[in-house]
Design a binder for this molecule. Structure first.
Ligand code: TXA
Ligand code: MG
Length: 323
């Protein structure tokens, strides 16, 4: 554990070079991606990966995504079949994570797979992330850069608030364009399974590789441990499907909301009803509304289409009963 404030650096060549060298030495570097900020470490080092789990306070059974700069690098880590190849060509770099069989000589930490014989890989679509991976000359294991169980960070300020002295360097590049975590698709079996909805839509995947099924495993024995229901939870409660809010609630609305009443305060995810804008604002607004004195955050319905599927998935988890 580190006991001082992190160095917050701009995404210039000198900073990325320094951060890459620090990764090779086992340090933790928070960095921007197009989805959310990641908490990165050398994916080939058991020690460095263990430090991620410690910093997040993350249950050890939850495996991590390994970030690479290009598809060619993934081939050294996992078995890439024809389906995976097609998807990588179409969507990488981008917000699509593929769970694939782990290669024997991958060189990856065992902890990164948390005991599974698969590895989740993705190439993030952000220049600073790609430059960092290249500078580190290592695949980078990175979960979202927040304490386990809380909302993912979409700004460098969120990272500092959540992980503070637990991270060595924060590469600060403003807010994340997408705002919700990557789509996770399990290709380790014969039938592809969507483990987490995200900005790469189910329909777009199916148009390339045919039908996929939702989820994997049951809620009690999730295939993807990150699917545990209560997740991404703010401290205040979350009430979904609200058209009005009570006096002790904050109100998170979407689209035209002149008709809606009440709420101690109100934020609109996208007054024009744009789902991409709503996704980009989601986690930052949940954080803003989650403050002492607010008993619950009431949320207006979001259409279950396009990016709305990912938004509703995160909201359902935020609203789920807490352990
Ligand atoms: O957008 C993102 O994916 C961000 C950025 C930083 O890349 N990362 C992220 O990581 O959201 P994390 O750790 O918060 O979520 C990773 C998800 C979890 O639900 C985890 O259980 C699942 O991916 N996962 C990772 N490896 C897996 C594996 N081998 N098999 C099944 N699920 C896996
Ligand atoms: Mg996370």
């Amino acid at each position: 554990m580190i006991d001082r404030r992190p160095e917050v650096l701009p995404p210039n060549a000198a900073a990325l070079h320094k951060a890459g060298a620090m990764i090779r030495e086992g340090a933790l570097v928070a960095f921007p991606t197009e989805t959310v900020y990641g908490l990165g470490a050398d994916a080939t080092s058991e020690h460095a990966v263990a430090a991620i789990f410690a910093a997040k306070g993350r249950p050890q059974f939850n495996p991590l995504i390994v970030h690479v700069a290009a598809a060619a690098e993934a081939h050294a880590l996992v078995d890439v079949d024809d389906r995976a190849k097609l998807l990588m060509e179409r969507f990488w770099p981008g917000p699509l994570t593929l769970v694939l069989p782990r290669r024997k000589r991958s060189g990856l930490s065992l902890l990164v797979s948390a005991g599974l014989d698969t590895v989740a890989v993705r190439a993030p679509n952000h220049p600073a992330a790609l430059a960092l991976i290249k500078a580190a000359q290592r695949p980078i294991a990175a979960p979202s850069a927040n304490r386990s169980g809380s909302v993912s960070p979409t700004t460098p300020q969120h990272v500092v608030e959540s992980l503070g002295h637990r991270v060595h360097i924060v590469i600060a590049a403003g807010r994340c364009a997408v705002g919700v975590e990557s789509t996770v698709l399990d290709l380790s079996g014969p039938v592809p399974a969507l483990l987490r909805p995200g900005a790469v839509l189910r329909e777009s995947i199916e148009s390339l590789i045919g039908p996929i099924v939702m989820g994997g495993g049951s809620p009690d024995a999730p295939k993807s441990p990150g699917q545990l229901l209560s997740h991404y939870a703010p401290a205040a409660g979350v009430r979904l499907g609200a058209f009005n809010a009570n006096g002790d609630e904050a109100f998170l609305t979407f689209g035209p909301d002149d008709f809606a009443r009440g709420g101690a305060e109100r934020l609109n995810l996208s007054p024009s009803g744009d789902l991409a804008e709503a996704a980009a604002n989601l986690f930052a607004y949940l954080r803003k509304l989650d403050r002492p004195g607010i008993r619950a955050i009431a949320v207006m319905p979001i259409p279950e289409e396009g990016l709305g599927v990912a938004i509703n998935d995160r909201l359902k988890r935020a609203a789920a009963p807490r352990e």
